[in-house]
Design a protein around this ligand. Structure first.
Ligand SMILES: [Zn+2]
Length: 192
């Protein structure tokens, strides 16, 4: 999403990556790209951190369903594997709905869905995306949160071939243990 929807004119600043965007296993910033394994910190690469989160209903607690960091080159490469039609449909959909906003505090930015505007604390499942460079977070329209229901709508815009590519990405990295299978019913996730 970064390259294509570069909301020009929006200013951005850097800050140390907040713990919310750390690797949950190491309690430190992600070190490697999930696809090409490049050392993100040492190379000062630009990358995206994505976390898919489920709210434990009736509580304030959340659990991370899956998370990863992906370098911009690999994210772009995955986008390019989608058919042109799928990409155009998705880009148009996002441009129509996006509500880019920049708050002083990133927590305020994550309170509503980037696409629906709904309160994130009212949805049961959502994703957060952050844009980082080395050990710094780029504060622009990133980071933002997206209601998972919005992501499912986007997944429906994919052609069958593009959906296979996206399911392939998930299967390659997250489908190992059987307990993950229910989390990733096919065709419900798309990297945007
Ligand atoms: Zn990579």
């Amino acid at each position: 999403m970064f390259k294509k929807h570069d909301f020009r004119g929006m200013e951005f600043k850097f800050q140390p990556i907040p713990t919310d965007f750390f690797n949950s296993d190491t309690h430190a910033p992600f070190e490697n790209c999930i696809e090409c394994d490049i050392d993100l910190i040492e190379t000062q690469s630009e990358y995206l951190v994505e976390k898919s989160v489920r709210r434990l209903m009736g509580t304030d607690a959340v659990e991370v369903l899956f998370e990863y960091a992906i370098c911009m080159g690999c994210a772009q490469h995955i986008r390019e594997k989608m058919s042109t039609e799928s990409r155009e449909r998705i880009d148009q959909h996002i441009m129509n709905r996006a509500r880019p906003q920049v708050h002083d505090l990133i927590d305020d930015q994550l309170k509503t869905c980037f696409l629906s505007g709904n309160d994130i604390d009212q949805v049961s499942e959502y994703v957060v995306h952050a844009h980082c460079k080395g050990d710094q977070l780029v504060h622009s329209v990133y980071p933002y949160a997206i209601d998972h229901a919005q992501l499912e709508e986007i997944a429906e815009l994919l052609s069958a071939k593009s959906r296979d590519e996206m399911d392939g990405f998930i299967e390659r990295h997250f489908m190992g243990p059987p307990e993950f299978a229910e989390l990733f019913s096919k065709g419900k996730y798309v990297l945007i």
